[in-house]
Design a protein around this ligand. Structure first.
Ligand code: ADP
Ligand code: MG
Length: 296
């Protein structure tokens, strides 16, 4: 029986003053949400989000910029307080946890990888990679041994004594990835981890990431604005638009049975980068996909 690791039940996040009151007004707004939000100077981050993620699953959250992906991720580790709804991490409801329990959760259970690598500038690559283990109080020899192994896996064997500023963006992100994969946390939240990288490096990183996590039993929430990346990495994908989830399905289902024209366009543009067409035609294809998106 698969175990549920992360569960969201009707989660809303509204930014602004008195978000709960605004939520109540929105509930009876009969299609006038935008006017109400404008009137009260509030922003809807996410609305009515529900899903369960199983242990060991790679769950991608895909959507355009501003669709609420980061807000959702920040709610999951309580960097943002939710307005309404419930989030459970391994059956524990997080909004009722004490600050100490939350701190423990972030140190022991959940690690994060951001788009910008957040490495410690005055520590070597080895120390950066081992940092999660250091927080988890793993002894120095052991953590350095584990970090060396992981650095080898992400292709940074010869850089362990370098400092972050001596590395390219792609290499720095590899260190960030090594750090997250190394820590003992069962859950990894990744917010567009590869988007700052050049396309070829990005593809390589994606492949290496998949190879490494295939051996680890981690539950991964992987945010991306790139449908191609989502299709490649995920066991299931949640597609978001305007703070809502449009569809949650496996990559195959998303490709074969997208439940919305918006998703269909994403899938088309993901395939147009498969390089089966000459560059000029790829551009045409991408332009028409973009055009129909902007007309929506
Ligand atoms: N701290 C904040 N205060 C006010 N509005 C915010 C804040 N964070 C995000 N938002 C708004 O919430 C919506 C979703 O943003 P975000 O979760 O960052 O989207 P994504 O990660 O998909 O680009 C956007 O309209 C954004 O402007
Ligand atoms: Mg974001």
């Amino acid at each position: 029986m698969p175990k549920t690791t992360i569960q969201c039940e009707n989660v809303w996040k509204i930014f602004g003053k008195f978000p709960r009151n605004i939520w109540e007004i929105l509930e009876n707004s009969h299609g006038k949400e935008k006017e109400i939000l404008l009137q009260y100077g509030c922003t809807l981050g996410i609305q009515d989000i529900s899903f369960s993620i199983q242990e060991g699953e790679i769950f991608a959250i895909m959507g355009l910029s501003g669709s609420g992906k980061s807000t959702l991720l920040r709610c999951i580790n309580r960097l943002a307080e939710i307005t309404i709804g419930k989030i459970f991490i391994e059956n524990q409801e997080i909004s009722s946890m004490t600050p100490k329990a939350i701190k423990d959760l972030r140190q022991k259970k959940i690690s994060m990888v951001f788009q910008h690598f957040a490495l410690l500038p005055h520590r070597t690559v080895l120390e950066n990679a081992a940092f999660g283990l250091e927080i988890q109080k793993v002894d120095k020899n052991k953590r350095h041994e584990m970090a060396r192994e992981m650095l080898d896996m992400v292709g940074l064997k010869d850089c362990e004594q370098s400092y972050p500023e001596e590395l390219s963006g792609g290499m720095q992100q590899r260190v960030g990835l090594a750090r997250a994969l190394l820590s003992h946390s069962d859950i990894i939240l990744m917010d567009e981890p590869f988007s700052a990288l050049d396309p070829i490096i990005r593809e390589q990183m994606c492949d290496e990431f998949l190879k490494i996590v295939a051996h680890l039993k981690k539950t991964i929430v992987f945010i991306t604005h790139d449908m191609g990346e989502a299709l490649k990495v995920a066991d299931r994908i949640a597609v978001m638009k305007d703070g809502k989830i449009l569809q949650i399905a496996t990559p195959e289902e998303i490709i074969l049975h997208p439940n919305d024209i918006f998703i269909e366009k994403f899938v088309q543009s993901a395939f147009s980068v498969l390089k089966i067409l000459p560059a000029s035609m790829q551009r045409l294809f991408a332009d028409s996909a973009k055009k129909s998106l902007s007309e929506k």
